[in-house]
Design a protein around this ligand. Structure first.
Ligand code: 21W
Length: 318
């Protein structure tokens, strides 16, 4: 089986000499760990995970015939600490790993991963279920609708994935509201483990014993904590040293100082009768700065007056 997987993976990647397959036994199940050049990870996952899922199907078909249980995990190389220092490790525990294919494999987050600044791994909670049916949830004690995530798989998973320094976060609607200040706090940590709640919630003992902090992304009801976890990962990744260029960074900074963005325009100067404000075409830098500051304040007053009394006294109305 290992030889077969190695053959398939080496055929897919651009650096076949760096691709390895290692079988690891856990809970009576074999997990084949794939390691490869970070640049090849996207290739092995494939668009929307089609490639990795096809390999998993082959594996499943092959193993069922021999009465074995096995699965496949892509293990990313440990961050190279030498690359001017900092790399953050983020692990995610979810029942729906498929949700995470896509958003975290493009744009700035992908760039951070390939640059070795972000070491991200998605873990399937079901892999940590020990019983024959791999159950991860059960009916609530005391009755009521829906299901509650069982403690056993969550404890097993957190104990397997988290280290001493890991900050364990539960994504839950009752958590602290996520904002830029909290993103900055999290970006200071070395290792995060994001647990995605789902269904009707998780057994309270998970909160008591495992969780350091609970986070919500806002007051609306989602299906599970997967999207919120991706929101946190995106916002935190932008703040890691070396991820954004100086240009992008300073732009971010001015917009997270408490005012809304001023209106932006690009060419053409007139489009379907709509003109770009004259001042922006003038080349007069001081005037442009003044106009932008006014617009930012005006917009903030009209749309988000709550922001004006927050964060910086300099934002306050004179
Ligand atoms: C939705 C879980 C509703 C629980 C006790 C009795 C994570 C989320 C989520 C979800 C409930 C976040 C109950 C903003 C979100 C998340 C799934 C309600 C019912 N409890 N941020 N009955 N919005 N959502 N539990 O939905 O897990 S962060």
């Amino acid at each position: 089986m290992q030889a077969f997987l190695e053959f398939v993976v080496k055929g897919l990647v651009q650096h076949p000499d760096e691709a390895t397959v290692t079988p690891v036994e856990r809970n009576g199940m074999t997990i084949y760990e794939l390691r490869m050049n970070p640049a090849d990870v996207g290739r092995v996952i494939g668009r929307q995970g089609v490639t990795i899922n096809a390999i998993r199907s082959l594996l499943l078909a092959g193993s069922a015939r021999h009465g074995l249980r096995c699965t496949l995990d892509i293990v990313e190389p440990r961050p190279r600490r030498s690359v001017r220092g900092f790399a953050m490790k983020i692990d995610v525990l979810t029942l729906f790993p498929a949700m995470f294919a896509g958003p975290l494999e493009v744009s700035i987050v992908q760039r951070a991963r390939t640059a070795g600044r972000l070491h991200l791994q998605i873990h399937n909670l079901r892999d940590y279920a020990r019983d024959r049916h791999k159950s991860v949830d059960d009916k609530p004690f005391g009755g009521g609708p829906g299901m509650v995530l069982k403690p056993e798989p969550l404890f097993e998973a957190v104990e397997a994935v988290a280290g001493d320094k890991t900050h364990v976060v539960l994504m839950t609607p009752v958590g602290r509201r996520f904002d830029q200040a909290l993103a900055r706090e999290l970006a200071q940590r070395e290792e995060l483990l994001l647990i995605c709640g789902s269904y009707e919630g998780v057994d309270e003992r998970v909160r008591q014993a495992l969780v350091d902090e609970e986070i919500s992304i806002g007051d609306y009801v989602l299906t599970n904590g997967g999207l919120p976890a991706m929101v946190v990962i995106d916002a935190v990744t932008r703040l890691l040293p070396g991820v954004l260029g100086d240009d992008e960074s300073s732009r971010d900074e001015s917009f997270s100082q408490g005012l809304l963005e001023y209106p932006q325009y690009t060419r053409p100067a007139e489009f379907r009768g709509m003109k770009v404000p004259e001042v922006l075409l003038s080349g007069h830098h001081a005037e442009i700065e003044k106009w932008r500051a006014e617009q930012a304040r005006l917009r903030t007053e009209q749309r988000r007056p709550d922001l004006l009394n927050e964060i910086l006294p300099s934002n306050r109305h004179p």
